[in-house]
Write a protein that binds this ligand. Structure first.
Ligand code: F6R
Length: 241
């Protein structure tokens, strides 16, 4: 695991966008695994700026998002499909046909999850997976549990995740209580992993996940055994390392 410690959120975003842009420049048809949440918004802004300056093109890129809320359609403004369209896909030259987000409203969720795994494999696997970090150590929506989940699956969200995500909804009652997420196995198959964490609120879980025991109770701790994992932190998130 390689740690990069930056001064501010903006510096973290720039460093992450530089690494993603290098990936695209070295393989213009790369497969990117993408995340939502507050943390990568600055990274997407930087990538859009790079695209507008002509430094990077997404025209041959394929993407797979980590997760989606169960029960939300892609046109719901809190769905992760909507988030990705708004923050990245609508602002660059990507072919939307090659952008994948698990369906929140499939009639056959089990098949949807199997098909998602197959589609990742058929695309050649994820070259670079971008991740945020939940306060309880979740990555994607892989919540603390007894065994690392292998593949894309349905998950019921913990109360702490529902509370953390309620900041984006009108009331906590509107926050979906379940989601579909890539498994830990799916994430670990990515050739390169880039995890971002910023702010003092993440300092404790950063220490637990990356300096503590590897355990499914802290799902991100598995990244300690990934062969090519870069963690970019701001000073606050790194303050307990
Ligand atoms: C989002 C995701 C989540 C977030 C995590 C941190 O697609 O998979 O694991 O990365 O909840 O969220 P923020 O960045 O809002 O602190």
């Amino acid at each position: 695991m390689q740690f990069i410690i930056e001064e501010t959120y903006e510096d973290v975003s720039r460093a992450a966008a530089d690494i993603i842009a290098e990936q695209i420049q070295s393989k213009p048809a790369a497969v990117l695994g993408l995340a939502t949440g507050s943390t990568p918004i600055g990274t997407y802004e930087e990538l859009v700026a790079k695209f507008k300056r002509g430094e990077v093109s997404f025209k041959d890129i394929t993407t797979f998002n980590l997760d989606e809320y169960a029960g939300l359609n892609g046109d719901h403004d809190q769905s992760y499909r909507w988030f990705m369209n708004h923050h990245l896909f609508d602002n660059v030259d990507i072919d939307k046909v090659r952008t994948h987000v698990p369906s929140g409203n499939s009639d056959d969720p089990e098949k949807m999850c199997e098909d998602y795994e197959k589609a990742i494999e058929e695309a050649g696997g994820v070259d670079l997976q971008l991740l945020g970090l939940g306060h309880n150590g979740h990555i994607g929506f892989n919540e603390p549990c007894d065994e690392f989940p292998v593949a894309t699956h349905y998950v019921e969200l913990t109360q702490s995740t529902i509370e953390a995500n309620s900041r984006l909804f009108n009331s906590i009652d509107e926050v979906p209580t379940a989601a579909y997420t890539m498994g830990i196995g799916t994430i670990m198959k990515a050739k390169k992993v880039l995890l971002l964490a910023t702010g003092e609120g993440k300092a404790e879980i950063v220490k637990k996940a990356f300096k503590g025991e590897v355990t499914p109770q802290v799902p991100a701790s598995i990244l300690q055994s990934h062969p090519d994992c870069t963690i970019i932190l701001d000073k606050e998130a790194a303050s307990q390392l």
